[in-house]
Design a protein around this ligand. Sequence first.
Ligand SMILES: [Fe+2]
Ligand SMILES: [Fe+2]
Length: 213
Amino acid sequence: MSDSDANTAPEELPQGDLIKILRDQHAEMQDLFATLLSTAEGRQETFDRLRRLIVSHEVAEEMILRPVSAQLVDMKIVAMLDHEELQATEALKKLEAVDVTSKGFLELAVDLQRTMGEHADKEESLEFPRLLEGCNQQVRLRLGASLARAEADAPTHAHPSAVGSTNAQNRGGTLRSPGRPRPRRLGQTPAQVDAIVPKSRCHRCGADDLGRQ
Ligand SMILES: [Fe+2]
Ligand SMILES: [Fe+2]
């Protein structure tokens, strides 16, 4: 593969490539939306998976993708995408507060599906091609690994106050830059810290998967 992969078909990008990961997650989101809206069976579980995916995806984009895009993409486009992510996170926050069995939930979910689909289309047409042009495969694989780490550290539910800013996503000691050590108390080993941070709790606010403190 050449240094510039601007014309490479998405399905030919290698596993671990930043752009492949993000495109695959866009497709997975739309699959989960389709399941969410087509059947009441397992709706809460489907929504929990979708919510986690949306939050971790958008947080990781702001931490890992956007700083690179700021060098390669028109800043108006970068600002627009950041703004759309804020709107989507606010919409997700509203959806989290509604019972999944209610009619209101389905109406809000349809709106969010459309919003997320349009947002993903813009990223894929206006942002990702510039990354394929401007970053060679080695760089994109490194960014892909950083993205995976950022997603593992992302909150489990919507935090609109941090969206739209890479710095804000980093504040609070919960969303850590790739490679930055997990904050820990004096004398604790990383393994001890891992043991006392429940995986099911939001790194940012400590709430559980349903946003309960
Ligand atoms: Fe996004
Ligand atoms: Fe995205």
